[in-house]
Design a protein around this ligand. Structure first.
Ligand SMILES: Cc1cc2nc3c(=O)[nH]c(=O)nc-3n(C[C@H](O)[C@H](O)[C@H](O)COP(=O)(O)OP(=O)(O)OC[C@H]3O[C@@H](n4cnc5c(N)ncnc54)[C@H](O)[C@@H]3O)c2cc1C
Length: 301
């Protein structure tokens, strides 16, 4: 049983908002998931450090959430505390060609800031939902551009709760992978380096990439984006389409008719529906093509 009274006292001291028995369906873009015991909205790196030290010393299980756009939350919920990096920790500053974002800043807001400051290099990332912290953790990318191309350094909390910094070359950034995922480090700020550019041209490119997304992706349904990682030789969506799986469904989860790489929530999908559907897709693709698909979204456990 979690002693929420002491956690609440700490949150009050730190000025962090805390909600109890909070439905995770409201915090993930797939729109399902049971409650967590408490959700704490982090407001500073120092607060994150104190919270981690407290939770670890009390042996309380905790998880990290940004915008929840690459997460599956279990139907039975999360028996622990969620540290949310969102609007309470979302400052963005620009200095020369460098843009520094608190980890809860939306990636889209960072792109807009860069555009308004005449900085090019983030256009292709515009439209990826989620926070800057989540984007670095996942090494998010699109249209042949990824966080790895622009990140210079990050501030993070290590296992002991210390506030540390790391340079990009030590982050082990590769396709949808980072050292932060390997070690469960918590990202509190990210600095990216861009180049000078024409704000109007940057704006036009951002809008072009956004249009490409809305043309191809089922953005009118809840989802976690691409459900499977790109296999070595090819694209998950092409393989799924080739296997005739568009429209296949389990409960409220469906392989999108618009984009076979997306599993969507047609209204009342549960986490179990999505997992069962993904297992079926993987089994058929394996049987018909010999290729093993791997889930991209992270299961909050
Ligand atoms: C419609 C749609 C389109 C998408 N398109 C793309 C795309 O083009 N390219 C792409 O790469 N992704 C895409 N995604 C997936 C997703 O948006 C990205 O992976 C995004 O970067 C996740 O950020 P988030 O803040 O939502 O992270 P979350 O989903 O909240 O978390 C993802 C993982 O990161 C961890 N995490 C989050 N914040 C932190 C932090 N501060 N410190 C440590 N760990 C943290 C979480 O614990 C979790 O394990 C798409 C998703 C949707 C719904």
């Amino acid at each position: 049983m979690i002693d929420l009274t002491r956690l609440k006292e700490l949150c009050d001291k730190l000025g962090c908002r805390m909600i109890t028995e909070c439905p995770l369906s409201e915090y993930i873009t797939f729109k399902f998931g049971g409650p967590c015991r408490a959700l704490v909205s982090v407001n500073a790196a120092k607060s994150a450090s104190e919270l981690v030290k407290f939770l670890r010393s009390e042996g309380i299980r905790f998880g990290i959430l940004g915008r929840g756009s690459n997460v599956l939350a279990a139907d039975e919920g999360f028996d622990g505390v969620i540290l949310l990096f969102g609007s309470d920790h979302a400052g963005i500053s620009v200095e020369g060609n460098r843009i520094t974002c608190k980890s809860g800043a939306l990636l889209a807001s960072a792109c807009v800031h860069a555009q308004q400051s005449g900085l090019t290099g983030m256009e292709r990332l515009f439209g990826i939902p989620g926070t800057v912290g989540g984007a670095l953790y996942m090494n998010a990318g699109a249209y042949l551009s990824e966080m790895k191309d622009i990140v210079v350094s990050a501030e993070y909390i290590d296992e002991q709760g210390n506030i540390c910094t790391m340079n990009a070359e030590d982050m082990k950034l590769s396709y949808r992978h980072s050292i932060f995922a390997e070690k469960d480090y918590i990202i509190t700020a990210v600095t990216m380096e861009l180049q000078s550019g024409d704000p109007e041209k940057i704006k036009a490119a951002m809008s072009e990439y956004m249009h490409k997304r809305s043309d191809k992706q089922p953005l009118d349904f809840p989802s976690a984006g691409s459900t499977f990682k790109r296999p070595e030789n090819g694209y998950a969506s092409a393989l799924i389409d080739q296997c005739g799986l568009k429209g296949m469904s389990v409960g409220g989860a469906q392989v999108s008719e618009k984009h076979a790489g997306f599993v969507i929530n047609t209204g009342a999908a549960t986490c179990n529906d999505v997992i069962q559907l993904c297992d079926k897709v993987k089994a058929v693709v394996k049987e018909k093509t010999g290729i093993t698909l791997e889930l991209e979204p992270v299961v909050l456990k």
